[in-house]
Structures are given as structure tokens and as C-alpha cells.
Design a binder for this molecule. Structure first.
Ligand code: TRP
Length: 334
């Protein structure tokens, strides 16, 4: 990718629970690295969360948690435009407008909707059971998020790539109809640093597998969680294989190459039990997580700092959004 500073990075963060180290290494850190070199617009997709979170206290808490998490991990709201989706009315105005250009069949083919239908059919239920219109039109709202802010690159996981392709389809339909490049065509940015992080049971770390290591738990809890990593039943004396071990896979994400070599040698030599290996991992991980955990706790104790950051972000974002929306309205004749 060319390194032009004028490129705009944008991503939405769904506030659905506190992040784990897989989210940090796989999504938050690469997005913040991009934000260091490019113009970045990162927002909390609270309306997207509303499709599944119906408890107001939970939605509010999740929003604070996710904002605090990104700020603790290094998002600087002075440099990165950081806002709540729900604070930007133009997003919803644009979503309605885009709906007029979105074939219904395109929504039928969206993975998340298809997955929900497949689950229902598997249970012998009505295909649309429990599917609300927010879930069904999720990709239209996401297209509005992206197109309103002229994003060039959208840092996301692989599961979101289809949504960005849908945003491109919708943008092209509008551009074609008016014979003008009204909307910039975004590209997914699935960075090379986007690494798969191994979970407690050896599978990919994911909330749906219930095998995560939370990013912001206290030291004692972190240690307990690390001690739960599944290993084999080899005795202390036996030489062990670092390359097939979840403890080592996680260690690699935090340790320097020399430290990795060192631990690999201790594996191969025998005489080191799983408890020791886990303790080594815990210490390394704790060292990396302690400063961000401290910042996170500080922010959660001072939510007004978060409010101020998000309110200022919303003001700046609304200015960009209203200028864009004015142009769009003019072109379509509204
Ligand atoms: N759908 C994304 C997710 O589930 C969140 C999201 C909403 C998003 N709007 C976006 C991501 C716009 C990128 C761009 O993670």
C-alpha cells in the first residue's frame, strides 16, 4: 500500500463486552498503528450493538468499557477522530438514503443474516425467527458509517470483509445513477500484523469459544486464567515441543526473539513442568498488560474524561458528516 498520509482509515467498534487479548493483538493494536501514520476515524458502533443489547445499563457500560479500552491502548482522541455513532444523526439519514439503492437480495446474501437463518432452519423454526430489521439491514448502516466519512481503508477482521464489499456495491450503485463519484470506494484493510491469537483450549481465541484471556482483569485473575491453559499430560522430566503448545504460542506474542529461544530450549531440555512454563508466560504477559490495565482503570474511574473525549469527537465528526450530507442531498435532489 502506498504511504500517502491523505488516506483515511475508518473502523467501527461494536460495544459488546470487554475486549480480550485476541482483540487487542488482532484488531486494536494494528488499527492504532495505522492511526499513527494516517488520518484515522474510529467510532463506537452503538446502534449496531442495539440489535443485540437491549439492556440500557449494559449498553452504556459496554460503551464506556470499549472507549476506555481503546484510549488505554493508545488511542489519542486529539489525533484520531473518536466518536459515538449514535451522536452523528447524518449516519442514519444516509442509511435511509442508501436503502433506496440497496437490493433486498443483497441483504439476503449477507453472512450474518444467512447464519441466523441457517440456525433457525436447523432447529426447524421459521427462517426469520428472532431476526430484527437491524440485523437484516446491518450492512446498510455499516455502509453509511463508511461512506459518510470518505474512508479509503477499513481495518477489520476477515468476517467483516463481505460488509465492506457490500458498501462498495451500494456506493457504486449511487455513483452510477448520478454519473458522479459521490462516494469514495473503501477497501478492507486486513493488515499483515493481524495475527491469530491462540485461546486457552488451543483454538483461535474467541468469545464464542469461551476460551479468552481478558485484557483488563487484575493480576491475580490473569494468573488464574493463564494457569487454565490446556496442555498435555507430559511429566516434568519429559522434553516438550514448544511448537505444538498453546502456552508457547501465546508467549511468542509477548516475548523478544531471545526470550522465545530461551524458553524453547527449556522446553526441549526437559525438566520444566507446565506450571513453570505458564508462570513464565504470565510474568511476560503481565509486564506488557500492566501499564494499559492501569490506564484503563484510571479511565473507568473517571468516565467524565471519556465523555469529554467522545463529545469533542462528535462535534468534529458532525461537521464532516453534515458537509458531506449536504453535498449528497443536493446531488440526489433532496
Ligand atoms: N460490523 C463491525 C463488527 O461487527 C462493526 C462496524 C460497524 C464497523 N460499522 C462499521 C466496522 C464500519 C468497520 C466500519 O465488528
Amino acid at each position: 500500500m502506498e504511504k500517502t498520509e491523505s488516506k483515511i482509515f475508518l473502523t467501527g467498534i461494536k460495544p459488546t463486552g470487554s475486549p480480550h487479548i485476541g482483540n487487542w493483538l488482532g484488531a486494536i493494536r494494528p488499527a492504532l498503528e495505522a492511526a499513527a501514520s494516517f488520518e484515522a476515524r474510529y467510532f463506537i458502533a452503538d446502534y449496531h450493538a442495539l440489535n443485540s443489547v437491549k439492556d440500557p445499563a449494559a449498553l452504556r457500560r459496554n460503551t464506556y468499557e470499549v472507549a476506555a479500552a481503546w484510549m488505554a491502548c493508545g488511542l489519542d482522541p486529539q489525533k484520531t477522530l473518536f466518536y459515538r455513532q449514535s451522536d452523528i444523526p447524518q449516519v442514519f439519514e444516509l442509511a435511509t438514503l442508501l436503502s433506496a439503492f440497496t437490493p433486498k437480495g443483497l441483504m439476503n446474501r449477507a453472512h450474518a443474516y444467512k447464519a441466523a437463518v441457517a440456525v433457525n432452519l436447523g432447529k426447524g423454526e421459521d427462517p426469520d425467527s428472532g431476526v430484527n430489521m437491524g440485523l437484516y439491514t446491518y450492512p446498510v448502516l455499516m455502509a453509511a458509517d463508511i461512506l459518510l466519512f470518505d474512508a479509503d481503508f477499513v481495518p477489520v477482521g476477515k468476517d467483516q470483509v463481505q460488509h465492506i464489499e457490500i458498501a462498495v456495491d451500494i456506493a457504486e450503485a449511487v455513483n452510477r445513477n448520478y454519473g458522479k463519484e459521490i462516494f469514495r470506494l473503501p477497501q478492507p484493510f486486513v493488515g499483515e500484523t493481524t495475527q491469530t491469537v491462540t485461546g486457552l483450549d488451543g483454538r483461535k481465541m474467541s468469545k464464542s469459544y469461551n476460551n479468552t484471556i481478558p485484557l483488563f482483569v487484575g493480576e491475580a485473575q490473569l494468573k488464574k486464567t493463564v494457569m487454565r491453559i490446556v496442555t498435555n499430560s507430559q511429566s516434568v522430566d519429559e522434553p516438550k515441543d514448544p511448537d505444538s503448545c498453546s502456552v508457547f504460542a501465546l508467549y511468542k506474542l509477548f516475548a523478544s526473539p531471545e526470550e522465545q529461544d530461551d524458553l524453547a530450549q527449556r522446553y526441549r531440555a526437559g525438566g520444566m513442568g507446565w506450571g513453570d512454563a505458564k508462570k513464565t508466560l504470565f510474568e511476560k504477559m503481565n509486564e506488557a498488560l500492566t501499564p494499559i490495565r492501569n490506564r484503563y482503570e484510571e479511565l473507568m474511574k473517571n468516565p467524565s474524561v471519556i465523555d469529554r473525549a467522545l463529545n469533542e469527537g462528535a462535534q468534529r465528526a458532525r461537521k464532516i458528516a453534515s458537509e458531506k450530507m449536504e453535498k449528497v442531498r443536493r446531488v440526489v435532489g433532496l
